[in-house]
Design a binder for this molecule. Structure first.
Ligand code: CTP
Ligand code: MG
Length: 594
């Protein structure tokens, strides 16, 4: 490894843009300028969509006709989308033509049962009861589901296989982005989950809003990411007007989230496994929404976080390449273990995204936040709780065209330059600041310093330990070296981004399982027969010899596989079919890959 590190610097000097990419991102002066819409407009559209939508649990996707016919009696339907939750239950998201339509539908709903423990509550989450008596016949309207299985996460094996078959690294990055980015239905569902809470809270409070934020709305989210929600006490100008002399007597409490937790637990259908983390800097209530198949975090009065999402979304709008690049970098960091699913002394996706944006500012693709602040007008003033100033230009059409996208590098070049940039970054002395768009002197000796763009006295990576920062430096060099080695044009099995996004623990083994140049994977069924009780190492060895050349390769691989299998067995994940036949091992649970 040390040899690689020592040589990496001179390797970097080679150009990395000598391959053809079918995705071209040049923005020429002659191009028609982009027309931007604002984040507020997008949010308003999504909220309006949620306010005329319901989610109905059904038997299967074939319930479509009956549901369509039944609901059409009450209201005009715009679209119906189908999805399954993690438990395999079927749901239809119905969008009606108007909010009034939805009100009519909700008026027509009945309550679950006469159980004393149930007090009926209005919610956009419903279920479709079987017809009583003679089944009503609904004429075939010729309408179709807008989408079936719409929230399904793409099959990892198919994805990796398709990435392997891409022509260029840029194509690989773009494909990963397109296949894994949050889709329309997932976003709809997130706003409906927010709307469900809002309906309940609005029956208690005068004017509260539940707003999704974070990766669900900032344009950097992947399918299946958690849903961050904030309960906002939105006081309108009218409500705060001093000329209104009669004022409500109100109860002051710093424990709003406690009540929210209780409401969620006791009143909100679909909520399960709720936990309260109330002593954190930003207290949250965590829960699973079983009908929507989502993990949610709810916090209170944290509109700065929403403005942060707005800022990230805007930067993504200015340069579409930033989204694809950030999605890849986030995937890479998860694969290398730089980020983890649980909190700790390591990086998380948010600071990592800031690192990507900062790099893009250095390459002329994005303006600094200070530039957006200097272009802001009166209409852009936003002051969040605790006087956090969140003022920056909202209408990107007002931004001079020469302040962004001043670089026509394709994605693979940018990716390489990203790793190169951070391989050479002086983490010891410098802090990353998207406000300045250039490195600044670190105000303290914390290992990694990434300035919080909206509260500049804070470091969003203050939790990152020295060891983790060192690992970051090492991994960016490894990644740059890996991409550099792809330049020779030969497409090996971990070619391009595959070598960056496949988990290291399974990489060697998977590499081995890909046969020759066909780039196909050996099915685990080839390694285990139905008569195998437990997969014996010797059995695996003899079968593997068919696919690989040297004994050493077999030995290494068998060792890796054995260790993976024992890990899996310990965690109880291996399922044995036909009396202990191993049908799946680790992530290589590939049924019919061949
Ligand atoms: N946030 C912030 N300051 C921080 C951490 C987070 O303002 N120190 C805001 C950002 O807007 C961030 C959001 O809170 O996007 C949610 O944080 P988190 O869930 O950690 O990150 P996500 O961007 O949502 O990424 P992930 O997909 O990993 O959840
Ligand atoms: Mg999040």
């Amino acid at each position: 490894m040390s040899v690689l590190l020592q040589t990496s610097k001179c390797i970097f000097r080679k150009p990395f843009n000598n391959t053809f990419c079918k995705y071209v991102f040049l923005r020429k002066n002659s191009d028609v300028p982009k027309k931007f819409i604002t984040f507020d407009e997008v949010v308003a559209q999504r909220r309006a969509e949620a306010m005329r939508s319901v989610v109905v649990q059904v038997n299967s996707d074939s319930s479509f006709n009956e549901l369509y016919g039944y609901c059409s009696k009450y209201a005009s339907i715009k679209d119906i989308h189908h999805y399954k939750n993690t438990g395999g239950e079927h749901f239809m998201v119905i969008e009606f033509a108007s909010e009034d339509n939805l009100k009519d539908v909700l008026k027509s709903c009945s309550s679950h049962n006469k159980d004393h423990d149930v007090i009926s509550v209005q919610s956009p989450f419903l279920w479709f009861r079987a017809a009583v008596g003679n089944k009503e016949k609904f004429a075939d309207t010729g309408k179709k589901l807008a989408v079936k299985n719409g929230t399904e996460i793409c099959n990892e094996d198919v994805l990796l296989e398709d990435i392997l078959n891409c022509e260029t690294v840029s194509d690989q990055i773009q494909l990963l982005y397109e296949r894994t980015t949050l889709n329309d239905l997932s976003i709809r569902l997130r706003y409906i989950v927010a709307r469900q809470l809002e309906m309940i809270f609005n029956s208690l409070y005068t004017n509260v809003k539940i707003q999704p934020f974070g990766s669900s709305v900032n344009g950097f989210g992947r399918m299946g990411c958690d849903l961050d929600l904030v309960l906002i006490n939105s006081i309108t100008e009218e409500m705060g007007a001093a000329s209104r002399r009669l004022v409500f007597q109100e109860k002051r409490s710093a424990r709003q989230l406690e009540l929210a937790g209780a409401l969620l637990e006791l009143r909100v259908a679909g909520v399960a496994r709720l936990t309260r983390i109330l002593n954190a800097r930003v207290p949250i209530v965590k829960y699973a929404h079983e009908y929507a198949g989502l993990h949610c975090d709810l916090c209170y009065n944290n509109s700065a976080a929403v403005h942060m999402s707005e800022l990230l979304w805007q930067l993504g709008e200015l340069c579409a390449r930033s989204r694809a690049l950030a999605v890849l970098v986030r995937r890479w960091a998860a694969a290398t273990g730089l980020t983890q699913p649980h909190p700790g002394r390591w990086l998380t996706n948010f600071p990592l995204t800031l690192m990507v944006l900062f790099f893009l500012q250095r390459t002329g693709l994005l303006p600094s936040l200070n530039r957006l602040v200097s272009e802001a007008g009166k209409e852009d003033i936003r002051i969040a709780e605790e006087n956090v100033n969140c003022t920056f230009l909202r209408d990107l059409n007002k931004l001079p065209a020469d302040s962004y996208e001043q670089n026509d590098d394709d994605l693979q070049t940018l990716l390489f330059k990203f790793f190169e940039f951070y391989s050479q970054f002086d983490f010891q002395e410098k802090a990353i600041s998207i406000n300045e768009g250039k490195p600044i002197r670190k105000p303290n000796s914390l290992p990694l310093y990434i300035v919080n763009p909206l509260e500049q006295s804070l470091n969003v990576s203050r939790n990152v330990s020295y060891e983790e920062c060192e690992r970051l430096r090492l991994e960016v060099r490894n990644a740059a070296w890996h991409l550099e080695s792809c330049l020779d044009g030969k497409k090996s099995d971990d070619w391009g981004i595959l070598g960056l996004i496949e988990k290291k623990s399974s990489r060697g083994l998977k590499k081995l399982l890909r046969v020759g140049n066909s780039h196909r994977l050996v099915s685990m069924k080839d390694l285990f027969t139905d008569n195998d009780n437990e997969p014996s190492v010797e059995g695996i060895r003899s079968k593997m010899q068919k696919f690989v050349k040297t004994d050493k390769e077999v030995d290494t691989s068998v060792k890796e596989m054995k260790s993976e299998m024992s890990k899996e067995q310990k965690s109880g994940k291996i399922k044995f079919k036909n009396n202990q036949t191993a049908s799946a091992v680790y992530r290589i649970r590939r049924d019919k890959i061949i």
